[in-house]
Design a protein around this ligand. Structure first.
Ligand SMILES: NC(=O)c1ccc[n+]([C@@H]2O[C@H](COP(=O)([O-])OP(=O)(O)OC[C@H]3O[C@@H](n4cnc5c(N)ncnc54)[C@H](O)[C@@H]3O)[C@@H](O)[C@H]2O)c1
Length: 361
């Protein structure tokens, strides 16, 4: 069994990480930590009384049996913890986004390389059947691709003060584009491996009471002439269905992420298809993490994938504030970074979901 510590006992840890670890036959929860002692106690109780800490440094100093650490922390907090965990030669599963700035993301990349650490990002949506379905179909649609992704989440509910405070904090310390959009940049990189070359984005704040923009329209252009239009809508009173369309010269598909129903036109034929709707795949993510620990390196949802997503969403943030299109060069100049910020998507030839979905349906 892989002995794991869980740091951060918030919403995503409660809905995803904790139940998955407790049900896993590969992982055993050794200790938990949250700065809020009530959250730490709740988790400790649910886990049968495992040791609880309010300081992650103390957890790392005292828990000598750990093989791995799961970080379900806000991205303005997590990088320092990652660096220390890697220094201790422990494997890390780190929630997305990996940081709030490209410079911090690069610091993580350097730490992973320096310690040859096992570092996997919680890009839990990339394991969806529909991601694999589109990945297998994309080559038959031809190039360039026009990809449209609309994600509506985190509905505005003034009666849920805790939810509102959590989302306001994400928007204040980072952005909806970086938090939600990092998933999109990640799974789209599995369909199109071309490097990005330009980003234009418009951000809108639909209420003065919000701590920043909650609606984003971003266009990402790639070297192969493909485009990705991402619309993110948070804190809206009603949520339209999230949808994905992929158009190419040889065909097109659309997918309703809520119903799981899609439509495909390719090679002169057309067909409807149905897949499980968009949802996090916790078990697949943890199986991938366990395999990475066994192997001694992560080869899915890697630090490079995380830095790439961060660069694109940072470019969106810069474009929205400057009103200008942003290129890798202008992003590096604006952020005062030396060297190339461009990190090409890695080709990921194998999936962790069902094999050969296209043929199977
Ligand atoms: N993978 C996904 O699908 C998914 C879903 C939701 C959220 N997330 C991401 O996970 C991260 C956390 O999100 P959340 O919704 O759980 O947020 P949250 O605010 O509910 O939880 C964060 C927790 O971290 C704790 N914390 C803060 N600083 C700490 C510190 N120094 N030491 C120990 N604990 C500390 C807080 O007290 C809180 O309990 C965010 O980056 C978010 O984008 C990912």
């Amino acid at each position: 069994m892989i002995s794991v510590g869980l740091i951060g006992c918030g919403e995503v840890a409660e809905s995803g990480h904790l139940p998955t670890i407790l049900q896993s036959d590969r992982f055993q929860l050794a200790a938990i930590c949250d700065v809020d002692p009530a959250r730490a106690k709740l988790f400790s109780d649910r886990a049968g009384g495992v040791p609880q800490y309010s300081d992650w440094r103390e957890l790392l100093a005292r828990e000598h049996s750990l093989d791995a650490v799961v970080l379900a922390l806000p991205p303005e907090i997590s990088p320092d913890v990652v660096v220390e965990v890697l220094r201790l030669n422990l494997a890390v599963l780190d929630e997305k986004p990996i940081a709030v700035s490209v410079a911090e993301g690069r610091r993580l990349l350097q730490a992973v390389e320096e310690h040859r650490g096992v570092y996997q990002i919680g890009f839990v949506l990339r394991y969806g059947d529909w991601v694999e379905y589109i990945r297998q179909l994309a080559p038959s649609l031809g190039l360039p691709l026009q990809i449209n992704v609309e994600v509506y989440d985190e509905r505005y509910n003034p009666d849920d003060a805790l939810h509102l405070a959590r989302i306001q904090s994400f928007i204040r310390n980072s952005s909806a584009m970086t938090h939600e959009g990092s998933h999109v940049i990640d799974y789209v990189s599995l369909w199109n491996h071309s490097p990005w070359r330009s980003v234009s984005a418009v951000a809108q704040q639909t209420s003065p009471s919000f701590s920043g923009p909650n609606v984003w329209n971003s266009r990402i252009e790639f070297d192969d002439q493909s485009t990705l239009d991402v619309k993110i809508g948070w804190l809206l009173p009603e949520l339209p269905p999230s949808t994905i369309t992929v158009n190419g010269p040889e065909g097109r598909l659309d997918f309703n992420c809520v119903t799981g129903v899609g439509h495909l036109e390719v090679g002169g034929g057309e067909q409807a298809f149905a897949l499980p709707p968009l949802a996090p795949h916790w078990e697949r993510q943890y199986r991938t993490f366990a395999d990475a620990i066994d192997r001694g390196s992560a080869d899915l949802a890697t630090v490079s994938d995380g830095v790439r997503a961060l660069e694109v969403t940072a470019a969106c943030e810069l474009s929205a504030t400057s009103g200008l299109a942003v290129t890798p060069g202008s992003l590096a100049a604006a952020l005062g970074l030396t060297g190339n910020v461009q990190r090409p998507a890695r080709h990921t030839p194998r999936s962790t979901g069902p094999e050969r979905i296209v043929e199977a349906r």
